[in-house]
Design a protein around this ligand. Structure first.
Ligand SMILES: [Ca+2]
Ligand SMILES: [Ca+2]
Ligand SMILES: [Zn+2]
Length: 113
C-alpha cells in the first residue's frame, strides 16, 4: 500500500513534535526543555500566540511552573503539549468572540487579527 501524502493536520502534529525537539536537544536532557530552551521556543516559535509571555520574564516563569507538574524544572513533551492544548482552545474561543456558536457557526480570523 502506497503511503498517502500527510494531511495538513498530520503535518501540524509533526511540526509540534519537530519544534519541541529542535529546542529540547540544545542543552542537558535532549528530550526535555529547561527554562532557557522553553524561553527560546516561546520567543521564536510562539511569538504571536504568546506575545505577553514573550516580553515578560515573570509571566514566562509562571507558565513554565504551571506546566511542570512533577516540578523538576524541565518540561517533558507530555507536560509541554498541555500548553499547545490550551493555545488551541484559546484560539478557537477567540474566533468565536463575536460569533455565537450554533446553527450559524461562523468564525473570526486566525491569530487574533
Ligand atoms: Ca534540553
Ligand atoms: Ca517536568
Ligand atoms: Zn468553531
Amino acid at each position: 500500500m502506497a503511503a498517502k501524502t500527510p494531511s495538513l493536520m498530520e503535518r501540524s502534529i509533526d511540526t509540534i513534535i519537530h519544534t519541541f525537539h529542535k529546542h529540547s536537544r540544545k542543552e542537558g536532557n535532549r528530550d526535555t526543555l529547561n527554562k532557557k530552551e522553553f524561553k527560546e521556543l516561546v520567543t521564536k516559535d510562539l511569538a504571536n500566540f504568546m506575545k505577553k509571555e514573550k516580553r515578560c520574564e515573570n509571566l514566562l516563569t509562571d507558565v513554565m511552573e504551571d506546566l511542570d507538574t512533577n516540578q523538576n524544572e524541565e518540561l517533558s513533551f507530555e507536560e509541554f503539549i498541555m500548553l499547545i492544548a490550551k493555545l488551541v482552545f484559546a484560539t478557537h474561543e477567540s474566533l468565536h468572540e463575536n460569533n455565537p456558536r450554533g446553527h450559524d457557526h461562523s468564525h473570526g480570523e486566525l491569530l487574533g487579527k
